[in-house]
Write a protein that binds this ligand. Sequence first.
Ligand SMILES: [Ca+2]
Length: 470
Amino acid sequence: MRFNQYFSDMRAWCCILLVLGVEARDGGVLTRNIDGLFGGFREKTFSRFSRKDRNSRFSSKPLGENFGFTRNDRGGRDSSDEPRSGRFLNIFNIIKFANTGCGTGNSSSPNGTCYTSWECSARGGEEQGSCASGFGRCCVFTNSELRSTVDEPVSYFRNPGFPANSSPEANTRTLTVQVTDTNVCQVRIDFDKFVNSPQNRVGVCEEQYLTIQGVENIFCGNNTGQHVYVHVDSYPASIDLEFTSTSAMAASTFLFSLRVTQIDCYSKDESMRQLQAPKGCLQYFTEPAGTIQSFNYDGMNAYSPNQDYTICVKKETKDCGIKYMNPEYNSTLKMKRSVGKEKVQVACSSGAGSGTGSGTGTGTGTTASGCGDTCLDPTNGDWIAIPMGQLESSDTSVPSSYRSFYCGQGLGVDTNSTQPGVNGKGVRDFSGGPFQLWFHADGKTPLTDTTVADDTGFLISYAVQAGKCL
Ligand SMILES: [Ca+2]
């Protein structure tokens, strides 16, 4: 995954400065001299960077700190050769590296922030691996208290006892994410693990749920693998993550681990910059192929009503288009899919006329892939919008192949309308615009007295096309 690769491949930049002519009289003088030099050193170093860089966080440490080095270790001479006091140390080194994300190699806490060992301990973090070419420690910050605050490039919000389930409780646990670094323009929250009580049939999260300040969606059920972005444009910013478990769920455990990454949009690291989502995107998928699904999706209960958000997929210069498809319906799991009504009145079709046999009466009776104005249903108007979407497997040269609204079970031309599990042939967007899906759900929810079939959610696979799209 490109996102994780960024961390695992990251080599926080560092530099080694040679400072000449500093007197070192005993074993402790090294640190003292560095402390005294630090202000001038930092100012001098920062002058090489842009104004924005001045707000970034850095660590500096003498080479050898935390490594058990002594003065003679570096000098390569036996201490018995000359007296300890009165000797001059002509050269020593300062390691300087950015306090940015790093990979831990630990699957349950994949990322941390690069600090010195001392800083990690002082900030209340836990060392998990090294960073900055071995000069720093990848420091993991986890928060599971009833109320906690964090301002770190990478941190976690978890249930107590993670990775184990937590015992039932009636509480709200709050993590306040503070953003003080003005280079940070977005906060990405990855649901590394999120397995909790599901929504009710009509999509309301009642028992255990997460809210994120600045995000209208409410999260419950299973959202492992999902993510959201919160865009930041004023400082200091404060984002509350609140996980509530109500007394109604006294019998239910809860489990979550949210990875909170403050994205430095001025980072010199290209991978970090590429994490930056276009403004307005609640979700941003950086891989050239993958799966997109609605929040709280379980293939059984409805999604929450009243949703409006945009899902974006990374578009690189070499990319010409994208295709959205339906993963093959899993007849074993039988997880339903529907955006709005499961069965729409008219199959999604293209070209002139109404297609074979559908001009009169009932047609096959199994049409379930909807598009176009069919989706603008006053009784249940939910849809996915692809502004320059074009029906796959149709004559793409004709204007009628363009459709912006999609609903029902499938996505695109319905060529396999046998219940359950419609597999539309998919939709392409070969326009010059950004790769975006807009999801809209109205306030109308399916009935509760039967098994829910409408509004169960979407599961879409995508593949970005590079080169010349034809
Ligand atoms: Ca609806």
